[in-house]
Design a protein around this ligand. Structure first.
Ligand code: NAD
Length: 542
């Protein structure tokens, strides 16, 4: 169930206005509306618009969702749930724009991306401020969110090289075969809340530069960054209808899965939603890529460099309040964990939990009240199952933001793999600590876990590192690197239950996902006719 209240448009919103620690001007300036803020009737709580056929249009929907600042509980904007007619109009606009866009020279499409990356840099502060307001992460971390997405846009600027086909001359006498990578048509993207800029930027820049048109559904919890990015894409010269934005939850997602004109879906989010989307869309013959949940482990060998390892564990475990799909969830210590636990707790205690814009904040709130409750319940289940609570962040009170959804860094030790807190993805600032006698035993724990997004080893032994690299069953491996997310010239290669599909996001695989291969065989020769032969043609001489 959505933690966000559903309000009727035109009626009083059921939120309490609280004294804002962010000046009203700031909210106006970084509003989520697609319309420039100075034109809005109200400086706060604007309605988020759809983008259909190049126009930012107000939805006719009567049902809206409040987009809430998780540190202050203020309503930042209202998100109307795109109606079925509006959804159809968005797909129709994308379909209409496709023939001309696919025939636009790739150099022109690349140049739009080149401009887009420049505009994202120009407006990086505005984007980061919006992310901080709607998602809660610290301003510095919000900049990281923008920057990691920007890198994919930069990658898309080189699409011509990436999208090159293959050519073999003279496959048979006077005959050549070559392959062309063609766009699919209308593609769609469904986004999670935790990276409001990066994940939309994993999707539409790659898709449209390949020549597709796109319908994007941002997370209903923080749609603002997508709206700003869409404005920038239009400013960069993306023709009308090439990028469209719709909003909503399950109904909109199901419309995307079912629509005959949508050829491919990129999804990032939880396993519940992802597997539903994968099954429903695949049944309609669509190409689907789903990046889903995770439980990322780090194995710590006693020979690891102490300071660097502890700093890495703390940063990867508690950064972004643990709401990263590559956050570190489990530390498995080989040998005695005690000396490590003391160092960990000491560092974690030193972290500042605060609203994202406050100076010195290390981690902000989690996304919603329900998320906080779920995280706290999972911590309690760990305690009830016999884990040792080394550091408890559940009762934290952040001065000035008493209503915020804060959870402080939490460390549970003596965790075993049968515990609920281990089996479930917690998605909060909670680090589970386990112990193993040998590297093999530690790897066995990791390999038995159903998820396979990322795993790291901390060691000074090359032999241990190589064994880990070869035998670990996770798609993204770190060696003395805690969050091994590859840059976009590689792909995001989660595996096992963390991914469904064949072709990953961005990199070569991203281009392959958004294109299909056509092979052409051509014959140009000036030879006397050999007469009619009904035998299967081969290149073999008989
Ligand atoms: P979520 O699954 O709740 O929502 C993601 C999207 O799916 C949203 O747009 C939402 O509207 C839609 N949705 C949710 N439930 C649905 C349902 N039952 N039917 C149809 N659509 C539905 O995920 P979230 O809470 O926004 O994001 C957190 C999750 O995303 C975590 O599990 C995290 O690990 C995962 N994630 C994975 C990656 C990755 O690359 N592997 C990256 C970021 C986040």
């Amino acid at each position: 169930m959505s933690p966000i209240s559903i309000a009727r448009a035109g009626k009083t919103l059921h939120h309490q206005w609280r004294r804002s620690p962010i000046p009203a001007m700031a909210l106006t300036r970084y509003s989520t509306s697609a319309e420039p803020s100075h034109k809005q009737a109200s400086p706060v709580s604007p309605r988020v618009r759809n983008l259909i056929g190049g126009e930012f249009v107000d939805s006719r929907a009567t049902e809206t969702i409040d987009v809430v600042n998780p540190a202050t509980q203020e309503v930042v904007s209202q998100l109307p749930l795109t109606t079925s007619d509006e959804f159809k109009a968005a797909v129709s606009a994308a379909k209409g724009a496709f023939p001309s866009w696919r025939n636009t020279p790739i150099t022109t499409r690349q140049r739009v991306m080149l401009k887009l990356q420049e505009l994202i840099r120009r407006d990086a502060d505005k984007l980061a401020m919006n992310i901080m307001t709607e998602q809660g992460k610290t301003l510095k971390d919000a900049h990281g969110d923008v920057f990691r997405g920007l890198e994919v846009v930069e990658h898309a600027c080189g699409m011509a090289t990436l999208q090159m086909g293959e050519f073999v001359s003279n496959v048979s006498s006077g005959i050549d075969t070559y392959s062309i990578r063609e766009p699919l048509g209308v593609c769609a993207g469904i986004c999670p809340f935790n990276f409001p800029a990066m994940i939309p930027l994993w999707m539409f820049p790659m898709a449209v530069t390949c020549g597709n048109t796109f319908v994007l559904k941002p997370s209903e919890k923080d749609p603002g960054a997508s709206m700003i990015l869409a404005e920038l894409a239009m400013e960069a010269g993306l023709p009308n209808g090439v990028l469209n934005i719709v909003h909503g939850t399950n109904d909109t997602v199901n419309n995307i899965c079912d629509d005959e004109d949508i050829k491919a879906i990129s999804f990032v989010g939880s396993n519940t939603a992802g597997m539903h989307i994968y099954a429903r869309a695949a049944a309609k013959g669509k190409r689907v890529q789903c990046n889903m949940g995770a439980k990322n482990h780090a194995i710590i060998i006693p020979d690891a460099s102490i300071d660097a390892t502890l700093n890495s564990l703390v940063a990867a475990g508690f950064g972004a309040a643990g709401q990263r799909c590559m956050a570190l969830s489990v530390a498995v210590f080989v040998g005695d964990s005690k000396p490590w636990l003391e160092g960990l707790a000491e560092r974690a205690k030193g972290l500042k939990v605060n609203a994202g814009h406050e100076p010195g904040a290390d981690l902000g709130p989690v996304i919603g009240k329900q998320a906080k409750e779920r995280i706290c319940n999972l911590i309690q289940s760990g305690v009830d199952d016999g884990a040792t609570l080394i550091l408890d962040g559940r009762n934290i009170v952040v001065s000035g933001y008493e209503g915020g959804n804060f959870v402080g860094p939490t460390i549970l030790a003596d965790v075993t793999s049968n515990m609920e807190c281990y089996k479930e993805e917690i998605f909060g600032p909670v680090l589970l600590c386990m112990q193993a006698d040998t590297l093999e035993e530690a790897m066995d724990i990791v390999n038995k876990n159903k998820y396979g997004n990322g795993a790291s080893i901390f060691t000074t032994s090359g032999i241990a590192a190589r064994k880990f690299q070869n035998d670990i069953e996770a798609g993204q491996v770190g060696i003395n690197v805690p969050i091994p997310v590859p840059l976009p010239f590689f792909s995001f290669t989660g595996s096992k239950a963390s991914f469904a599909g064949d072709l990953n996001f961005y990199g070569k695989a991203g281009m392959q996902f958004y294109t299909q291969i056509k092979t052409v065989t051509q014959q140009w020769k000036d030879l006397p006719s050999q007469g009619v032969s009904l035998a299967m043609p081969t290149s073999q001489r008989t």
